[in-house]
Ligand binder design. Structure first.
Ligand SMILES: C[S@@+](CC[C@H](N)C(=O)[O-])C[C@H]1O[C@@H](n2cnc3c(N)ncnc32)[C@H](O)[C@@H]1O
Length: 328
């Protein structure tokens, strides 16, 4: 099922789309020369972006598998879902929990067009064209209400999208709105480009802004602050590669040859440069982080206490930061 909330402005193929460019890096076929040109241009300054995109997508598989197969989640909202490719959220979730339901959300009209084709006959999955910054509209959208029961745990994914929500868009408010809505036992999974090096962050921000992207690379500490109050799921906020790596997980489609050749050449050059100028690598870091709290906090605590009896590893983090192993 598909719904268009924002006015459908048509699909331009002559100007780059971040969703199509990202899809190309994952090995997707639904892209145009403007998208490929945009990615090649970006890789000249940020050759690590190719690996980062692909590693993020491999993380997506692992985290959705964990949520469906181990955490018992049956409802997913995928914020900034991107173009469909292999192993999309509903496919991974339904492989491990066939009754899973998924709401896909993206601002790019091309995503809606492709989602429409992929999901036409699937009643357990929908795609909404909407802006994450208007998160209340997403949570209150009729399609969201059709598929998501907010009295039951929900996983909300913000994968490789945090850097597209700069501080001026108040991402903490967006996350808090979601946290307040989802029931105890829900999860937020979050990845975004990070760097420890302020100069590298500034360079990435200016380069990607010059390509027309709204972008903010953050330090790990800044991401930590964005996710304050959530309970990290081990091993917590780490590089995506380090979150429960699985060498046997299904591989992605092959890297696009022209992008890969460019990456190899530029990273070899950078390697030589690094001898003189240590260069920070951009990283994508992640949770998932478990959400507690929000509306009906007393009810939430009672629910949580019941859940905690079943799953002793869970801890309740009170709004003031107190932590209790019993959830009270
Ligand atoms: C890099 S892709 C990530 C795709 C997918 N989440 C993944 O991890 O593979 C980022 C997506 O976020 C979408 N996006 C960026 N800003 C957005 C916003 N404000 N509202 C909704 N979608 C947004 C872009 O259109 C793009 O498809």
């Amino acid at each position: 099922m598909v719904s268009a909330e924002l006015p459908f402005s048509g699909v331009r193929t002559d100007i780059p789309s971040p969703a199509r460019g990202y899809g190309w890096m994952l090995g997707g076929k639904d892209n145009y020369e403007a998208d490929r040109q945009f990615v090649r241009q970006m890789l000249k300054n940020l050759p690590e972006a190719l690996d980062a995109a692909r590693e993020n997508r491999l993380f997506l598989y692992r985290v959705v598998r964990h949520l469906a197969a181990e955490a018992g989640i049956r409802q997913f909202i995928d914020m900034g879902c991107g173009l469909p490719t292999d192993n999309n959220v509903h496919q991974v979730a339904q492989r491990f929990a066939p009754d899973s339901r998924v709401v896909y959300v993206d601002i790019d009209p091309i995503v809606l067009a492709h989602g429409r084709a992929l999901l036409a006959d699937d009643d357990s999955t929908t795609v909404i064209r909407a802006d994450i910054r208007q998160v209340e509209e997403i949570l209150d959208h009729p399609e969201t209400k059709r598929l998501i029961d907010f009295d039951e745990p929900v996983a909300v994914l913000f994968l490789s999208v945090g850097h597209m929500l700069p501080d001026k868009d108040d991402p903490r408010r967006i996350l808090q709105t979601v946290i307040d809505r989802i029931a105890p036992g829900g999860y937020i999974a979050f990845t975004q480009a990070t760097s420890d090096d302020p100069a590298h962050r500034a360079l990435m921000n200016s380069q990607l802004s010059a390509y027309g992207l709204t972008w903010q690379t953050r330090s790990p500490q800044e991401v930590q602050a964005l996710l304050a109050g959530l309970e990290p799921v081990a091993p917590g906020l780490v590089d995506v590669n380090d979150w429960r790596p699985d060498p046997d997980q299904p591989p992605l489609p092959p890297r696009p040859r022209r992008a890969e050749a460019l990456r190899r050449r530029l990273q070899a050059q950078q390697g030589r440069l690094r001898v003189r100028r240590p260069a920070a690598q951009a990283r994508l870091i992640t949770g998932p982080w478990q959400a507690h709290g929000g509306a009906g906090r007393a009810k939430a605590r009672r629910r949580h206490r019941r859940l905690a009896e079943r799953t002793r590893w869970m801890r309740f983090t009170a709004p003031d930061g107190r932590t209790s192993p019993e959830g009270g």
